[in-house]
Design a protein around this ligand. Sequence first.
Ligand code: 5GP
Length: 211
Amino acid sequence: MQNNKGLLIVISGPSGAGKGTICKALLEKHDDLFISVSATTRSPRAGEVDGVNYHFLTKEDFISKVESNDFLEYAEVHGNMYGTPKFKVEEMLAEGKNVILEIDIQGALKVKENFSEGVFIFILPPSMEELKQRIIKRGSETEESLMTRFKNAYQEINYVSKYNYAVVNDEVLTAVSKIEGIIAAEKCRVDRIKDTILDSKEGLIHEQLYD
Ligand code: 5GP
């Protein structure tokens, strides 16, 4: 017995908390997951590929997509624009895929207004010192951008209470298995599956007796 519409899972957390690594590991393990590729006006980092990591757009193209209502949400983050393409997310959810949006807090709060049934997960670093070291080690930021990201992190952590779950990323595999547990539990919530249960009462009882 399965509820056939996918879950919308929103993952946020400060820069350096490890959201990207966690999402990549989840994607490698689960082929029923889809990670939305955002659009952004920021320049690609070394190794980033257009259409894979982000859709890299000019400011003009980004604004034109905002005007044609192509984004589920969009926000300015660290001085650049980021947005979630609406069409693909809706298509994947309808196909029964669990869709992950790895987006900032402003975006997550906007999504929450329209998708209160979404699952909102906040990734925390083990400590602020560890967070700083991770951003420095990544080596992709200028001194100025590093300071902005670190200052923002202090503010962002206050928003954890707006989320349904908080996962501390002290070890990637542990964090991944916690998120797998959250997804599994959310899929069993009665308010998500009660129609399916009522529609298939006979089959359900059969499954419980004979499986
Ligand atoms: P980065 O530049 O490090 O890839 O991402 C910076 C921030 O932008 C991260 O917090 C990331 O979660 C957020 N972000 C990425 N894509 C989107 C998006 O589509 N919408 C919003 N609101 N934030 C995003």
